[in-house]
Design a protein around this ligand. Structure first.
Ligand code: HEM
Length: 149
């Protein structure tokens, strides 16, 4: 189950399904990057692109690679840098933030799908392609049913 969880987190890290965020600053704020600080004034529109954070090579080794066991063991410490739900993976949605309230359901259903898939099929082949703005496509080209169930 630990590896299943890690694989789902990794899928959400490498290609957050809702990559773009925007909102108006309610107060003056300062946003920090690794080596700079940016002042944002109340009322200004802020636009964010999650993959800049979730594929930050200063945080994640081989950031562009899908590493299924990335969040196993010590790797769990990196979960605070996974933002697919509009907040850190280690935080919860509240009435005060705009984090996805469906977060835990999404994780549960994704894990169940993954486990069910590997229980049903012994082997499979896929073709993948990267669409520029709309994320990746995965086309199954063969599926071999499990013989044990
Ligand atoms: C893969 C599936 C999902 C992803 C990637 C996702 C992602 C997100 C993101 C990024 C936001 C913040 C949007 C923003 O303000 O910029 C959000 C908000 C929200 N999500 Fe999800 N979500 C998913 C599934 C769900 C599900 C299954 C539910 C409900 C059962 C749900 C309910 C909501 C609601 C109600 C909000 C608005 C929260 C607010 O404005 O305070 N989401 N979601």
């Amino acid at each position: 189950m630990i590896l299943t969880k890690s694989v789902v987190f990794e899928a959400l890290r490498i290609e957050p399904p809702v990559p773009f965020q925007y909102g108006k600053a309610r107060e003056n704020i300062v946003v920090h990057s690794h080596d700079a600080a940016f002042e944002i004034k109340k009322g200004e529109m802020i636009f964010g692109y999650q993959p800049f954070a979730t594929k930050d090579p200063r945080i994640f080794n081989d950031a562009e690679e899908f590493v299924g066991n990335r969040f196993v063991g010590d790797g769990e410490k990196l979960l605070k840098y996974v933002y697919w739900s509009n907040g850190r993976e280690t935080e919860d949605p509240t009435a005060e933030n705009k984090q996805c309230p469906g977060k835990d359901l999404v994780l549960l259903v994704s894990r169940v799908f993954l486990v069910e898939f590997f229980l049903r099929y012994d082997t499979f082949t896929v073709e993948t392609a990267k669409a520029l703005a709309l994320g990746s496509t995965v086309t199954f080209t063969s599926l071999i049913k499990a013989t044990t169930i």
